[in-house]
Design a protein around this ligand. Structure first.
Ligand code: SF4
Length: 322
């Protein structure tokens, strides 16, 4: 197949993109568990929301389950980066499972905030997406105190016990702009609503949104590499569309790109969600190069250097040389 290749065709690649510190840690936790203890290692839910990562780990001996009751008694189970509620920890203990908790420390921070405010009898308005694993885990920390606010429409209908004892928290992977709008609307309705002690939307989500805004301003098309169940990846599509891109699509890998998306396009932006391995972005760039988009420029908006240590259960066994 040959493609028209005007010299002006170029690709702007956002940086930062791809793996965040929490995803890197969670994937490494499963890999190290497989090395240390041998297959199978059970993982509750997708360790991170990426189809390719899950398939790769499955090939190495990880078994993904939806609930701990599917894990044989006494087996090893890893909890995903999105976190779990205390009830899940209890179920695992009752079944005698050996748990490795790969919850991202930035999700744990939100759990701790939820517990602290609940213990002071605050109602907590949790801004997030209903049914998302992270939201279920956080809500499980204080089910009697947490009220979910899923989208702007929920602002008018959410019910609280005491409007003067109210705090908001959020899922870590939301759109920064949309969350700001939601909080503004909440404060119009509840003027005494207090803010969390620090941002709940994590550094990686924020940085990837800043970076995609920069390339979207110059690109007609923005391709976001990520899976459909990845909240932070979906937000990148929305942010790209809000900041100048005529079109933006979420693709699991290069095979999802349709040639008609490139018709009349001279600048393509490329980025990837926080759970996406870099080889999938390389595949997209190779695919675009074959179609005349060989001029690739990386646009760096923010420098990142965050790293997290492996879960303590693994560090202990690694030190002991198990
Ligand atoms: S997206 Fe943010 S909260 Fe989620 S795993 Fe990555 S760093 Fe942690």
């Amino acid at each position: 197949m040959t493609f028209e290749t005007p010299a002006t065709r170029r690709v702007l690649v956002a940086r930062p993109r791809g793996y965040c510190a929490g995803v890197d840690r969670a994937v490494q936790a499963v890999e190290k568990a497989l090395e240390l203890y041998g297959a199978p290692v059970y993982v509750r839910k997708q360790i991170v929301h990426n189809t390719h990562v899950v398939r790769t780990l499955e090939k190495r001996g990880a078994i993904f389950v939806e609930e701990t009751e599917e894990v044989p008694e006494g087996a090893i189970v890893v909890f995903s980066a999105h976190g779990v509620s205390p009830a899940v920890h209890r179920e695992a203990a009752e079944r005698g499972l050996r748990t490795i908790d790969a919850t991202c420390p930035l999700v744990t921070k939100v759990h701790n905030e939820a517990r602290r405010f609940a213990s002071q009898d605050y109602d907590i308005l949790l801004i997030g997406h209903e049914g998302h694993e992270e939201v279920e885990g956080t809500a499980g920390e204080a089910p009697d105190h947490i009220r979910l606010v899923d989208g702007l429409d929920a602002v008018d209908t959410v019910e609280v016990k005491d409007p003067d004892r109210l705090v908001w928290l959020s899922q870590t992977t939301l759109s920064v702009d949309e969350t700001t709008e939601t909080v503004t609307r909440l404060k119009e309705r509840f003027p005494n609503l207090i803010d969390p002690p620090s941002d709940d939307i994590c550094y990686a989500t924020q940085n990837r949104q800043v970076a995609v805004k920069e390339i979207a301003a110059e690109a007609q098309l923005v391709i976001v590499v990520g899976s459909q169940n990845s909240s932070n990846s979906k937000r990148l599509v929305e942010v790209a569309l809000d900041h100048g891109a005529d079109a933006s699509y979420l693709v699991d890998d290069a095979s999802f790109i349709r040639d008609e998306w490139l018709d009349g396009v001279t600048t393509v932006g490329v980025t990837s969600g926080a759970s996406v391995p870099e080889d999938l972005v390389d595949g997209v760039l190779a695919h675009l190069a074959e179609r005349g988009f060989a001029d690739v420029e990386e646009v760096e908006s923010v420098q990142e250097s965050v790293r997290f240590a492996l879960p303590h259960e693994l560090r202990k066994d690694l030190r002991a040389g198990v």
